[in-house]
Design a protein around this ligand. Structure first.
Ligand code: PLP
Length: 535
């Protein structure tokens, strides 16, 4: 099994895909046959999380030796619980707590694993060069990557974050990072600038550095070694729903995912490819809602204002991993992907054909949530469901309600049309419900267009992926709860603790008073020089 670029037929083993990070033509590595992989997913549901992760990773990244040992080294004792990602019921919905790792963001699930994969691949391929990890961060990846890579032999890491674009807690997490092999630098610009700069550095510097014994790699979700570990928690949530009696094996489940770079939600699509019965993957955006528009219309247009929101890790207008979905949804067409990506970098906009869009809409749907709705959702969850959510998760919770309203309405229309003999011509609902009986055809033809079973979607549980601890965004939480935030974010954490009784994660509580070790600030144009100077 080979990985290939989304933009050409460049092929590599999974170990090299992880080491390289990005294909030499600027494309992302994908497994072109992922839909055909045979994976005993029902058996995987019987495993505890760490073993499940190993079995999934062996399937997705088959060239790694000793995957069991790598997984064990990545996770054992690093999370608050051995199950890594607990599923909690809140109201009628389920919150998948992905923030119980060492830096309190969901990125820990993948970034605890990635250093193991990179050092494993390095050993296996006999690579002697020094590896330099370049990372652009919207706030959470940076710290999770630093935590994973600091003091790892033969690897060093440089993190770029948008100056003024992350929360005070997020910044403190990064600039206090110890380790001889780490560099943290602010870039005047937004996350998209950081990401563009890093991608450009890859294409400009890779060859030149190789001759000097340095290999560049990435800890961003453009690296397949970032995505693969995230597939596991879609399965653990499903397993936990089965074990609690909420569903039977084989029933569908909907997942709502607060989305930025489209990595987290794409892992859900991979889970589906491996057999997991996924109903809908609901993409939740903040007002940087380029993905919502795309999923609903097929037009991706980044020419719009960039908004700084209370969910900064989702303030992204160029979602890298969408390229991987486009590859699959277009029937593995590197030609189409190349053309779309050319349009995106040239004009800032591309539009996909009808078949590609329809393939995307078979699994994905999307809504967005603005500032006011985010705040309301945080307060509502605490008041009504006694559960404190962070602003990213709040975007997901709001969108989950939108999704449920939508499927309820559709299911009702479908039910009405069934009461009317299920005959498209007679039901009187022709067209209204979208799919079932959507055309005024003979009764015999009616079932043919029943592409979507809205009743099943309505009855399926909604799992909302909770991507960060609320304590990473204390100002936003206090504003949402109608309290005046204290001057600094550490005092604010105490305020929230007193209000809610929710414990402050240890890694955040211990930040205050730590020495600031990284003070560099640069312009976008200086990024490559900075890299060269620091390796
Ligand atoms: C990174 C991040 C997201 C977005 O995830 P993507 O994989 O980039 O879509 C959402 N919430 C939080 C808290 C994050 O750190």
């Amino acid at each position: 099994m080979y990985y290939q670029s989304t933009r050409s037929d460049e092929k590599v083993l999974s170990t090299n895909a992880v080491l390289n990070g990005i294909a030499s033509d600027g494309g992302l590595y994908v497994n072109p046959d992922i839909a055909k992989i045979s994976f005993d997913w029902k058996n995987a549901l019987k495993l505890r999380t760490i073993d499940m992760a190993a079995s999934i990773l062996k399937t997705l990244l088959p060239d790694f030796e000793n995957m069991d040992a790598l997984v064990e080294a990545a996770y054992k004792g690093k999370f608050e619980t051995d199950e890594l990602t607990p599923l909690v019921k809140a109201g009628d919905d389920y919150i998948l707590e992905l923030f119980r790792g060492p830096t309190s963001a969901f990125k820990d699930v993948a970034l605890s694993m990635l250093p193991q994969l990179i050092t494993g691949a390095k050993k296996q391929t006999g690579l002697k060069d020094k590896i330099v990890i370049l990372t652009a961060t919207s706030g959470d990846t940076g710290k999770a990557a630093l935590e994973g890579f600091h003091d790892v032999d033969g690897v060093s890491i440089i993190v770029f974050y948008p100056y003024g674009g992350v929360s005070e807690v997020q910044k403190a997490q990064m600039v206090t990072q110890e380790g001889a092999n780490v560099k943290v630098c602010a870039v005047r610009g937004n996350f998209d600038d950081c990401q563009r700069g890093v991608k450009k550095a890859f294409s400009d510097l890779t060859e030149r550095l190789k001759n000097n014994g340095v290999v560049l790699s990435s800890a961003n979700s453009i690296n397949i070694g970032r995505l693969a570990p995230q597939v596991t928690y879609y399965f653990t949530a499903y397993r936990d729903l089965v074990n609690s009696g909420r569903i039977n094996v084989g029933d569908i489940v909907n997942y709502v995912v607060p989305t930025g770079n489209f990595g987290d939600i794409l892992a859900g699509y991979y889970a589906k490819m491996l057999g997991l019965p996924v109903g809908r993957l609901v993409c939740a955006s903040n007002i940087n809602n380029v993905l919502t528009d795309f999923i609903n219309t097929g037009v991706y247009d980044k020419n719009r204002p960039f908004h700084k929101t209370q969910s900064p890790s989702m303030d992204i207008l160029v979602s890298s991993n969408l390229e991987r979905l486009l590859f699959m949804a277009s029937g593995n067409s590197t030609e189409k992907v190349r053309a779309w990506m050319k349009d995106l970098s040239g004009k800032g906009v591309f539009s996909v054909d009808k078949d590609t869009l329809s393939s995307i809409q078979d699994t994905f749907c999307s809504w967005y949530c603005d500032k006011e709705q985010t705040e309301k959702e945080i307060k509502k969850y605490l008041d009504e469901r006694h559960y404190l959510i962070d602003p990213h998760t709040a975007v997901g919770c709001y969108v989950a309600e939108k999704f449920k309203e939508y499927v309820n309405e559709k299911a009702k229309l479908c039910e009405e049309s069934e009461l009317n003999n299920n005959t498209g011509a007679l039901c009187g609902n022709s067209g209204k419900c979208g799919n079932i009986c959507g055309t005024a055809e003979k009764a015999a033809d009616c079932g043919k267009c029943a592409k979507t079973d809205f009743k099943a979607l309505k009855d399926a549980p909604c799992v909302i992926l909770s991507t960060a601890s609320p304590y990473k965004f204390p100002t936003a939480i206090l504003n949402a709860l109608g309290k005046t935030p204290d001057a600094d974010e550490f005092a604010q954490m105490r305020q929230i603790k007193e209000l809610t009784g929710v414990p402050i994660p240890k890694n955040l509580d211990s930040l205050k008073g730590k020495e600031v070790l990284h003070k560099d600030v640069i312009d976008f144009a200086e990024l490559e020089d900075y890299i060269l100077k620091n390796i």
